[in-house]
Design a binder for this molecule. Structure first.
Ligand SMILES: *[C@@H]1O[C@H](CO)[C@@H](O)[C@H](O)[C@H]1NC(C)=O
Ligand SMILES: *[C@@H]1O[C@H](CO)[C@@H](O)[C@H](O)[C@H]1NC(C)=O
Ligand SMILES: *[C@@H]1O[C@H](CO)[C@@H](O)[C@H](O)[C@H]1NC(C)=O
Ligand SMILES: *[C@@H]1O[C@H](CO)[C@@H](O)[C@H](O)[C@H]1NC(C)=O
Length: 512
């Protein structure tokens, strides 16, 4: 199934690539264009805008706009590649209006302070005050909603504007469409022209709810894992083995996601950011594979088909290789020339999938959805296979049927929980997309992750018969053992009485 999915994905990428080649009608990147509807039209079809003459081959009609790297629908309008003819500079607000960080929109200031000059850094590192109107073409487009304003830190006020309109700030270059200038009050009644970038990092109670819930969920999962891992019977059974692999993948994947949620991508190197995101992707996809394998395993067992041990090991290996392949496919899609909308966006503005793009649906939610459908179909077929078993079946491939059934029902319950949570996640994403509302972290996801961990505790651990038996023998009976030892110490001569044949457990000193 994974192979077919990979094939479909590749086909899709090729299709998108060919579509893009067919639709090159735009003469230059959107970042270099200006809305020239207000320009002056000459007889030969060229336009004059802000003193620049734009020849016809550098103009086109656009029916979209790009804000912070994402395309949005927009009424048809004429744009010209003005920035390729003269450097552009962006302002957040038109005319003498200023960006108001409190109301998050443009307002007319009480006192108009015209700004006419800006400090420009030349390639030879010399700095000069330049008249904006003369050196640059001014663009006014409001840009992203989440503008980053941090007046308190001195680093916010430090930036270099190069003569080509590129901005150097926070140790990186920002293109002309990635910032906008506005006057801001630096010190009381000292106004400075300041560039604003888009905020890519969220703080606040939503992030904390998400992080705390996830951390508790990870701790619960670690507890389940360590108990399952320490009980020999559970560890050796195929079911226990798969659940252990599943929990391991979930723990690593969730930990990486929490780390990324709490870490500002600006403080990570590009390589670290990208690799942590891809690693989280690898482990989360792996966890769904193990769930699917577990359902498939139940189906095989109830159909009385045994998988040979070497085949089982080989299939784990192939599964892991396939998922690593998927991870490289995602990395490849990120580096390829497909339209930005179909890229995953890992390691670009965010270290995880960029929710503003469709990539998260294609590379993340779709495979997860398919794997869950596969798991559910296997479980349903396994359920009906139970009724096909011969009447007198008590053992299936060496395991008690009763135990198998309890494990199967518990696992199915857990699987329904996982499917519900992820279906909700996908629906929320699609609805938010339709409203063009992009959140970075949805704290309900954290609460759902915690709910799943609790469900895992009850269903995967509490209903695991191997663990239950172990618990009954080693924990619940240890009190009995203690009295046995005491009795031995105080009534040394009566040792025969203690090992009465109807005692349910053989007292063992080692269990202390
Ligand atoms: C382009 O400019 C015209 C004239 O100022 C304006 O009416 C129109 O809304 C602008 N279009 C976009 C998409 O910004
Ligand atoms: C900006 O927002 C404030 C408060 O939301 C509102 O009163 C004001 O009218 C808005 N200004 C513009 C120009 O939209
Ligand atoms: C603009 O100039 C800076 C410094 O000279 C350079 O690093 C950058 O690549 C240039 N950007 C463009 C788009 O030419
Ligand atoms: C740096 O270059 C600019 C423009 O290229 C020039 O006007 C200026 O004089 C140069 N400064 C120095 C110190 O060479």
């Amino acid at each position: 199934m994974l192979i077919t999915y990979l094939a479909i994905c590749t086909q899709f990428l090729l299709l998108v690539q060919s579509l893009e080649i067919a639709s090159i009608v735009h003469p230059c990147p959107y970042a270099d264009t200006v809305n020239i509807t207000d320009g002056l039209r000459h007889k030969d079809g060229s336009y004059s805008y802000a003193g620049v003459v734009i020849p016809t081959h550098l103009m086109a009609e656009y029916n979209f706009k790009v804000i912070d790297g994402v395309e949005y629908r927009a009424p048809k309008h004429l744009r010209g590649c003005v920035c390729q003819l003269k450097p552009c500079i962006s302002f957040c607000c038109p005319n003498d209006w200023i960006f108001n960080a409190a109301t998050w929109n443009c307002t007319r200031p009480d006192l108009i302070r015209p700004v006419s000059h800006v400090e420009v850094t030349y390639r030879n590192r010399s700095v000069d005050q330049l008249k904006i109107q003369e050196h640059f073409v001014i663009r006014t487009e409001l840009g992203c909603r989440n503008k980053f304003v941090d007046k308190k830190h001195e680093s916010f006020w430090q930036w270099d504007l190069y003569e080509n309109g590129t901005l150097w700030r926070d140790e990186r270059l920002w293109n002309t469409d990635e910032y906008c200038f506005t006057p801001l009050e630096h010190k009381p009644s000292v106004w400075e022209l300041t560039p604003l970038n888009c905020e890519r990092f969220q703080r606040g109670y939503r992030v904390w709810i998400y992080a705390i819930c996830s951390i508790i969920a990870i701790l619960i999962n670690i507890f389940i894992l360590s108990l399952l891992g320490s009980v020999r019977e559970a560890r050796k059974s195929h079911y226990g083995q798969l659940i252990i692999y599943y929990l391991l993948s979930v723990i690593v994947g969730d930990s990486l996601l929490v780390y990324l949620a709490l870490k500002n991508p600006m403080n990570l190197t590009h390589e670290a950011c990208r690799n942590i995101g891809l690693l989280a992707y690898l482990f989360i996809m792996l966890s769904f594979c193990f769930l699917a394998y577990c359902s498939f395993d139940f189906l095989q067992k109830f159909q009385l088909k045994s998988i040979r041990n070497w085949l089982r090991k080989l299939s784990y290996f192939i599964l892991i290789i396939l998922i690593i392949g998927l991870r490289y496919l995602v990395a490849f899609a990120q580096d390829s020339k497909i339209p930005k909308h179909f890229k995953p966006g890992i390691g670009e503005d965010y270290c995880w999938f960029d929710v503003r793009l469709w990539g998260i649906l294609i590379y993340y939610y779709c495979p997860i959805f398919l794997l869950l459908i596969f798991s559910i179909v296997c479980c349903i077929r396994a359920y009906f296979a139970i009724y096909q078993l011969p009447e007198d079946t008590h053992y299936i491939l060496g395991t008690q049927l009763k135990v198998m059934k309890i494990h199967f029902y518990a696992f199915s319950g857990y699987l329904i929980g996982v499917s519900g949570v992820w279906l909700r996640e996908i629906i929320v994403y699609i609805m938010a997309r339709m409203r063009e509302h992009f959140f970075i972290i949805d704290f309900w996801s954290g609460i759902c992750i915690l709910g799943l961990a609790i469900a895992g505790f009850i269903l995967l651990l509490g209903r695991n018969m191997h663990v239950k038996t172990w618990w009954a023998i080693n924990v619940e009976s240890s009190q009995t053992d203690l009295s046995v030892i005491n009795a031995r110490v105080y009534k040394f001569d009566e040792k025969g009485d203690l090992k009465s044949p109807d005692s349910p457990y053989q007292p063992t000193v080692t269990s202390l």
